[in-house]
Design a protein around this ligand. Structure first.
Ligand code: SAM
Length: 217
């Protein structure tokens, strides 16, 4: 049974007892997402408009932070996210993410209430396609400038961090496109290199020594 947990920056995350895994860092869910996906991803990518593909929609926190940033930067953003196990609305409704951004509460509401498997215009600058599906099985198509690779950890879900998965992601990442992920594991870096990415490590957010940023060659 998924549990709601308060992280050190005051934002909620979820804990999955079966995997012994949190959706975000217990040192701060918003802090981690901002640092990795917004600072090292959205703000670092030069693409405009920017086409983002996220692995693991989860609580929708990355989508919310990206929608907020897209509005303030007035940068058109096409956000596609795949999720194998969509969370029920009664769980997402209990998360405090929207109350941390009271001016953007309607954005958060729209992100969660919009239907799956169809594109919804959430704000003037941000459209969202939430795909209910299994990344491993699905036939992935498209061209993306930025990948948020936010699967559960390689120790908990090794099948998401294989050469095959990164080759699938690489095939839909444009040349010069960027991939960001919280894992700096050696095997992940090697898989990314084999899949055609140039890989760099950066100091991570609190509680995380390093993160991986990769650019498609
Ligand atoms: C670390 S959490 C993602 C956190 C999320 N990005 C957020 O902002 O809350 C990992 C997510 O990957 C999803 N997932 C697990 N296996 C998957 C698969 N085979 N295909 C797509 N999503 C998967 C999980 O259900 C979970 O929601």
């Amino acid at each position: 049974m998924t549990e709601i947990v308060l992280t050190e920056d005051g934002s909620h995350t979820l804990y999955v007892p079966e995997l012994k895994e949190h959706y975000h860092s217990i040192h701060g869910a918003v802090q981690e997402s901002e640092f990795i996906f917004i600072d090292h991803g959205f703000r670092t990518s030069r693409a405009s408009p920017v086409r983002i593909f996220e692995v693991g929609f989860g609580t929708g926190l990355n989508a919310l932070l990206t929608a907020i940033e897209s509005a303030s930067a007035k940068r058109k953003t096409f956000y596609t996210s795949v999720e194998r196990y969509p969370l029920p609305l009664h769980i997402t409704a209990q998360l405090n993410h929207s109350s941390l951004f009271p001016d953007e509460a309607d954005i958060s509401g729209r992100i969660h209430s919009c239907p799956w498997n169809t594109t919804s215009q959430i704000t003037d600058t941000f459209s969202l396609l939430k795909i209910e599906g299994d990344l491993i099985q699905m036939d992935l198509k498209g061209d993306y400038d930025l990948i948020y690779f936010d699967a559960f950890g390689p120790d908990k879900q090794p099948e998401m961090w294989t050469d095959e998965v990164f080759e699938k992601i690489s095939a839909v990442t444009v040349s010069g496109g960027r991939l960001v992920t919280y894992s700096a594991k050696g095997s992940v870096k090697r898989s990314l290199k084999r899949a055609g990415f140039e890989v760099s490590l950066f100091p991570g957010p609190p509680g995380k020594r390093q993160i991986t940023c990769a650019v498609k060659i």
